[in-house]
Design a protein around this ligand. Structure first.
Ligand SMILES: Cc1ncc(COP(=O)(O)O)c(C=O)c1O
Length: 447
């Protein structure tokens, strides 16, 4: 005992010696890089843009990249008649969160950091990152990861195809049929079409196959997006077969109540929608069956030899911040949910006084993360044009200076259009202004 205590004391002494010398050790080669990163990040761009370390230089000076509808060297100029762009799912709503956590989320690494193909785990994954992803799911309570395998992908986009491949039966006489319930995320079809014909092919909307014979069901791969993109509904498998890919990109308290941990055989998540770092291209799949895991891993190895180790390091840092701040004042889900809830509530208020437009119906739900009933906070508004003549809702919006994603992209009626609520505050402010103007015209027309 005494010996163990003695060596512990020696260890402490060594550690405090290390700490006392630390300033000399750490602030040497990283000093100028850190100063450069801070200097660039501090450029204000009038609050309507940002400057980046790898941005375009003009006369050697870094330039501002302005938000949509803002221009000028410092992004201070609001462009008149610029359309409100509510098209993409660019998750910049979380940018202010990371600005508030500048110190804890910064990553500094040497020029020789992890140059090898190898990393700490098998199949090119970081053991620490995998561990922290499991901790994140446990802390949020949105997915069961015990006894499951985890595969990393360059964005969940890469995993979509890896999993279709992994779930397709080998040596089957006919290709597996891939389906999704409309309105669905368009990439499921686009990717399947791109890679298809040998082992799998796109077979359209799930509803077409509900009454197909049970014998043929074994060969189906069903995509289920929950909450759904575009309409935010929590969905379940319709076909109830064994090969279902649950895309849980939005199953985080930013966008939905979490009624229970997801416990399906194959689940996909993405950093793009939880930390907001779409640029890092990082997604992961949680898989129950070892064979499916092996096949998905084989795909990833042959395809890219794993996810960028730089990305894995960055995501590790972000997950650590999320875990450290969880449920506190600096909690990312507290921030994210408040932001999306307010945006949804403002848009709902505008639409509630309209006879021309309606929104999807979403109800308050009990959330096990917040431990209370919470109001809806979807990533997207799924807008319907109700008037007989408004058959192309996206065109109606375009006329009013709003860029949306047309219903047809989701294999839904063109009476629908998707409006993104997760972009910058500038984008959402302009969208609300334009929507208000459009709805107020109805009042004038009805007099
Ligand atoms: C339902 C759904 N799945 C997957 C993705 C792709 O995400 P990633 O950036 O991880 O490729 C998106 C992106 O918008 C999405 O909406």
């Amino acid at each position: 005992m005494g010996g163990a205590k003695g060596s512990y004391g020696q260890l402490l002494l060594l550690f405090s010696l290390f700490l006392s010398r630390r300033p000399q050790l750490t602030i040497s080669w990283s000093e100028s890089a850190a100063a450069e990163a801070e200097a660039i990040a501090a450029i204000p761009c009038s609050g309507h843009g940002r400057a980046y370390l790898d941005g375009i230089l003009v006369d050697g000076v870094p330039t501002c990249e302005c938000n949509t509808c803002y221009a000028g060297a410092d992004c201070s100029q609001l462009l008149p008649d610029c359309p409100a762009d509510a098209d993409s799912g660019d998750p910049l709503f979380l940018e202010p969160y990371w600005q508030q956590h500048a110190a804890s989320s910064a990553v500094v690494f040497s020029g020789w950091h992890r140059m090898s193909y190898r990393t700490t785990g098998d199949y090119f994954i970081s053991v620490e990152l995998e561990k922290h992803i499991r901790l994140l799911h446990e802390a949020v309570g949105n997915a069961v990861t015990d006894g499951r395998f985890i595969v990393f992908g360059s964005g969940s986009t890469q995993l979509l195809n890896a999993l279709v491949y992994a779930l397709s039966p080998e040596n089957a006489s006919t290709p597996a049929s891939v389906v999704a319930t409309a309105p669905y995320y368009a990439l499921y079809k686009l990717q399947t079409d791109l890679f298809d014909r040998r082992e799998y092919e796109w077979k359209g909307v799930t509803s077409k196959w509900v009454n197909a014979s049970v014998a043929s069901m074994g060969n189906f791969i069903e995509f289920v997006t929950s909450p759904n993109n575009p309409d935010g509904r929590l969905l379940q498998s319709v076909l109830g077969g064994s090969s279902v890919i649950y895309d849980h990109a939005y199953y985080w308290p930013h966008f939905t109540a979490i009624p229970a941990p997801a416990d399906e055989d194959v689940m996909i998540f993405t950093a793009s929608k939880v930390t907001g770092h779409a640029s890092s291209r990082f997604g992961w799949a949680v898989i129950k069956d070892e064979k499916v895991y092996q096949k998905a891993t084989e795909y990833m190895q042959l395809n890219t030899m794993g996810v960028s180790r730089d990305t894995q390091l960055r995501v590790l840092k972000l997950v650590k911040v999320m875990l450290a701040e969880m449920r506190g004042e600096g909690g990312i889900f507290e921030f994210g949910h408040k932001t999306t809830r307010e945006r949804w509530s403002k848009l709902s208020k505008v639409i509630s006084s309209s006879n021309r437009f309606s929104l999807q119906q979403l109800s308050p739900l009990y959330c096990t993360y917040f431990k209370k009933i919470i109001d809806p906070s979807p990533a997207y508004a799924w807008l319907k044009c109700e008037m007989e003549g408004d058959v192309d809702c996206s065109a109606v919006l375009r006329e009013a200076g709003i860029i949306s994603r047309a219903g047809a992209v989701f294999e839904a009626s063109s009476r629908y259009a998707r409006l993104s609520l997760i972009k910058t505050q500038d984008d959402v402010d302009l969208l609300l202004q334009r929507m208000e103007a459009l709805v107020s015209k109805e009042d004038v027309a009805s007099f």
